[in-house]
Write a protein of this length. Structure first.
Length: 470
């Protein structure tokens, strides 16, 4: 075999950077396998399972394992590896003094007011607590943090007068600055408190498409409205937005909350009106909630952009009763429905709207341990899509900073293959016209590949249900 296996002691790159290096190498001619990752126990085991002879390493080392079809192609891949690592190397600083070694010392050095923690879950608590004790609000992007640690952090933050966003807080916008996975949103009067990253992205993207912007988006973590956590950060965030003169209306977004916590949060005495988008049986979907916000602000509700299946008018049978705009003229037919989602709240919403079907949230902690989020790394979802032989597939594609820079480049070929097998593919495309990927360009490529594309996840789920015979 033509293998390159190296362990580079003390060389660190973040997981997103290394995932992109691995993908770049995989695209090289003749390269069949490429693993470029920190030498954690999980990553070294993966490389050994792929047949690489991995020497002893520590989690602080960089692991390189590349396999190619020929020595010449392996040599080219090695050269590309060096180019990729050099291009993605951390920029050298301009400060003469040694860099801070703790969150607290960094806060003092840079006069910070907010810290973003994105480390493996087992290490997140210490860093977040350090930030809180330094008087910083903190966004914890990390997942796999025990709930007991979350409660302790949020109680300590309340005592210190700061806010903990997270753990597993994927999205926030503070003073116009996007953190984590963040769409490009115009400024405006709507404040958002979200126990859901992709739920907040869906609501704010729809508002942006309707010409309405946001003041702040304060993520609080997916468990905040659970019975255990009790809405600790949601209450703080709601009160903070209530006191913000730039916020005229607040949206509270969550995947299905604990009923008693939802009641307590809704009963808060606030001067600013609140629109609740709390998913659950009999509750509004996220699109309906966005439309309520528009009406409350005196704005018109637009027709949400969608791209129908590319079929000729002569081939279209009569439209079934209740078809959505993009489903007009598409005949209902029975088949299993599979939901392959990157966003947990979008997945929960789709399951509620579509009813029957099998729905998988690839952003769940069980799938992201030791690997990048599926909004960045598409490998697991691509594998699942290629395994579907018939029926209907419903997927989300979420745009914005932090997400895949060109998701249609990998998804469109897989959609085309699925459609050729007789699979109907429906895509919920969440994003704005300002996002770097280009909302309408992404939609056009996916549509040309054979997918029906909606900017409303709820509309996509209804259409998928229709196709599946629901």
């Amino acid at each position: 075999m033509n293998d390159l296996v190296e362990v580079r002691p003390g060389v660190y790159r973040d997981s997103v950077t290394l995932m992109r290096v691995s993908r770049a190498l995989t695209g090289q001619p003749g390269v069949t396998v490429a693993v470029v990752a920190m030498a954690t126990e999980l990553n070294t085991a993966l490389a050994r399972d792929l047949g690489f002879a991995v020497p002893p390493a520590t989690p602080g080392d960089l692991l390189v394992a590349v396999r190619a079809s020929s020595p010449a192609e392996l040599e080219d891949a090695a050269a590309e590896l060096e180019r990729q690592l050099a291009a993605r190397a951390p920029a050298s600083g301009t400060r003469d003094e040694a860099p801070p070694r703790t969150t607290r010392s960094a806060a003092r050095a840079f006069e910070a007011t907010l810290a973003l923690v994105s480390v493996p879950g087992e290490h997140a608590f210490a860093e977040a607590l350090d930030a809180v004790e330094a008087g910083l609000s903190v966004m914890i992007f990390s997942d796999n943090v025990p709930v007991e640690q979350e409660i302790l952090l949020k109680d300590r933050a309340r005592a210190k007068g700061v806010l903990v966003m997270g753990p597993d807080c994927g999205t926030a916008v503070v003073g116009g600055a996007g953190l984590g996975f963040a769409n490009v949103l115009r400024p405006g009067p709507v404040g958002v408190v979200a126990a859901s990253g992709t739920g907040a992205q869906q609501v704010t993207s729809l508002l942006d498409l309707a010409g309405v912007g946001v003041s702040h988006v304060l993520g609080v973590g997916g468990r905040d409205l659970s019975a255990e956590v009790g809405g600790r950060s949601a209450v703080q965030a709601l009160r903070a937005l209530d006191e913000d003169p730039a916020t005229e209306l607040i949206v509270l977004v969550s995947k299905p909350p604990a009923p008693e916590v939802a009641r307590a949060v809704r009963d808060l005495d606030l001067a600013t009106p609140v629109v609740a988008a709390l998913l659950g049986p009999g509750q509004d979907d996220l699109t309906t909630a966005a439309e309520k916000v528009l009406r409350a602000l005196g704005r018109d509700v637009p027709e949400w952009p969608s791209w129908p299946a590319p079929v000729t008018p002569a081939a279209r049978p009569p439209a079934p009763h209740g078809a959505d705009a993009a489903g007009e003229g598409v005949a209902a037919r029975r088949g299993p429905l599979r939901g392959l989602y990157a966003g947990g709240t979008l997945c929960a919403e789709a399951a509620l709207v579509a009813g029957d079907g099998e729905f998988t949230d690839f952003g769940d902690d069980s799938y992201t341990r030791g690997r990048a989020h599926p909004m960045i790394d598409p490998a697991l979802r691509l594998e699942a899509l290629r395994g579907v032989a018939s029926g209907v597939v419903l997927m989300d594609v979420v745009l914005g900073h932090g997400a895949d820079p060109d998701p249609s480049s990998w998804l469109a070929p897989a959609v085309r293959e699925a459609v050729a097998r007789g699979v109907d593919v429906v895509v919920a495309l969440v994003g704005t016209d300002g996002d770097p990927q280009g909302l309408r360009a992404q939609a056009a490529r996916l549509n040309e590949a054979g997918a029906v594309v909606f900017t409303s996840n709820a509309a996509a789920a209804r259409h998928a249900r229709l196709l599946a015979g629901g």
